[in-house]
Write a protein that binds this ligand. Sequence first.
Ligand SMILES: Cc1ncc(COP(=O)(O)O)c(C=O)c1O
Length: 398
Amino acid sequence: MHEELQKEITTYEKRTPKSAEAHRRAEKRLPLGVASNYRTYEPYPIFVKEGHGSKIRDIDGNEYVDHNLCFGSLIAGHGHPAIVKAVEKALHMGTTFGMPHEMEWELAEEICGRFPIEMIRFGSSGTEVTMHACRLARAATKRDKILKFEGGYHGLHDTALVSVKPKPEEYGEESAPNSVPGGLGIPKGSIDNVVVASFNDLAGVEYRFEQHPNQIAAVILEPIMMNVGLCMPQAGFLQGLRDVTARHGALLIFDEVKTGAKLGWGGASEYFGVKPDVITLAKSIGGGVPLGAFGASRAVMNLISDHKVFHGGTFNTNRLSMSAGLAMFREVLTRENYATVAKLSKKLADGYRKTIAKVGLQAYVASAGVNGSLMLYPQEIRNYRDWLKVDQDLWRQY
Ligand SMILES: Cc1ncc(COP(=O)(O)O)c(C=O)c1O
């Protein structure tokens, strides 16, 4: 461990004794003392008391600028007035019915008006909607395999939790990576149905299709791979995927759980000018309330209308989520607001770049829309294996 990192940890512990105590209590009843494995880190996580706008306060009274914003779910910040007003109103009119209501088609029209999809269904999380997207693609093509990229994250279902953070000793050849489960409990049959390729390696993708002729139902990816900082698609990669999938009769799924709201008004398809077959959305579209969605052409979504693919969910379109979603699309995710946040994002990224130059750090800043990341590596990262070279201690210290 760097000496500097040790100093930071000592400061951290001095500043957060109540969080340490809360974590000790939580550990007795919750595995790792947290509600999601992503929230655990050494020596213990900060316990939050409240959040307002861009700031959070912990239970020791320390205030922070919240750069994490619930892993990309809060482009609107904490407690945006439009969301608070909409959700408060819904609270008094019945939060959930398990019956249709008018906000469903209203929000469906908003979303289909800005993304290249004709029909949509709603859920509550990113995991849920990428799971349905994969199933839909399997049904549409009558094939079982899904191709995903090493290091890509699409949630926790059996198809998604493969080769998310595989170790070098298990990940195999870069041109045809092994399918490595992200933990125990994933059936071998599921793992065998996930084909892995390296991000930005179009030849590798083509090779995988040749290895598994007429078996791959879809390629699923985040158009910008954000599970490894910010890994940008190189010129021609997304269009290349569009062409390869079309040629091989597979669907292209853009997992826009993060990029959908945070890249720009029309998400990745508008930003990069490439049209996928299926889009998944979650995180920021709900303004801090659980909301997910998946959509595609009428022909693909008709598999649900025709009762060939089943989709349901007790809390789908509950009024809290739908009110928040409508407020997000109508009042927060506007062209004007995107122009404003783009300026703010540029200012922040430029500031980081100046600091990097000033202190002579071996690093660069990747940024797109309001997404940004300090990449502690001297050259641009093109895939998961490049990202593994980042100095983890330095990252923790930062
Ligand atoms: C691209 C992407 N897809 C899917 C998911 C899963 O979303 P959730 O955590 O809401 O299940 C995430 C979560 O980080 C994500 O970043």
